[in-house]
Design a protein around this ligand. Structure first.
Ligand code: URA
Length: 274
């Protein structure tokens, strides 16, 4: 009897969520590869292929065109609803195969300030919203310290929309696949200031290999493709890093003050806490 791969996947996901909840890293991609191989073997064993399925390239052979597909799809998007719809349908990125959800955004779509993180972790993948785990709670406190919040004046997203297996960083290729959607996202929100949370986000948005310690605390000008107008961008230390290295909070606080005075200068300073 052949194994039921749909059921196998269900059990694997349940078990994996359990292990990851306990802090154990599980290689979801490896399991997915095994499942793909099993599916392929079962398809082969179930008789001769039809002419069309026999000539279909293997799924992994289709992926290299993902970037072109992403660019074409993103070019036609004209609203946040369309962006959500396109990302939910887009299957050019393999991360989607192991993620539970496509995590797109939270906060106020008319906000002047856009926070862009690196990508969903376990909690975000479960809840479908960015920055809802421990790091997200710290981010909320950091923003609140300069009068910002996702409930009032901030829009939050990431440079990658699917949780990488075992919480690894997204690869350059995965980030490149997301990039047309990220640029479109920024052009739809039209922020007056961007905060890039963490090294992965800052490096991807600024297209630099400089480390976050060189980037943080400085102002950069972010340009959308084909646009001469730029948006001020401030890289900050990632809140997950600050949870691991609390002594770095002093640097983070200094960077928040820099952002706060930039908001003053831009005339978009929110109400400060007393
Ligand atoms: N870290 C990020 O960079 N983004 C999230 O959404 C969650 C954690």
């Amino acid at each position: 009897m052949q194994p039921d791969t749909t059921n196998l996947k269900k059990h694997f996901d349940a078990l994996t969520n359990w292990w990851e909840g306990a802090g154990v890293q599980v290689d979801r991609a490896q399991f997915q590869r095994m499942l793909n191989a099993l599916n392929k073997a079962q398809a082969g064993a179930s008789g001769p292929q039809t002419a069309s399925s026999a000539t279909q390239p293997a799924r992994s052979n289709i992926k290299p065109s993902g970037f072109e597909a992403a660019k074409a799809l993103a070019a036609n998007i004209q609203s946040l609803d369309q962006l959500r719809d396109a990302l939910t349908r887009f299957d050019g990125c393999e991360l989607k195969e192991t993620a539970n959800t496509t995590v797109i955004a939270d906060g106020q779509a008319d906000a002047d300030i856009m926070v862009i993180g690196e990508g969903p972790g376990r909690d975000e993948d479960m809840q479908g919203k960015p920055f809802v785990g421990r790091a997200g709670q710290l981010l909320d406190r950091m923003l609140a310290s300069i009068g910002l919040s996702r409930e009032e004046n901030v829009y939050i997203t990431n440079v990658n929309f699917w949780r990488p297996p075992g919480n690894r960083n997204p690869s350059d290729e995965e980030l490149a696949l997301c990039r047309p959607f990220v640029d479109k996202h920024i052009s739809l929100i039209k922020p007056k200031l961007i905060i890039a949370a963490g090294a992965v986000s800052a490096k991807a948005l600024l297209d630099t290999s400089d480390g976050i310690m060189r980037l943080r605390g400085k102002k950069f000008e972010f340009a959308l493709p084909g646009q001469s107008e730029t948006i001020p961008l401030y890289p900050i230390l990632h809140p997950a890093y600050l949870l691991r290295r609390p002594a770095e909070k002093a640097r983070a606080w200094a960077d928040l003050l820099t952002i706060s005075s930039a908001l003053d200068t831009l005339g978009i300073a929110p109400q400060k806490r007393p």
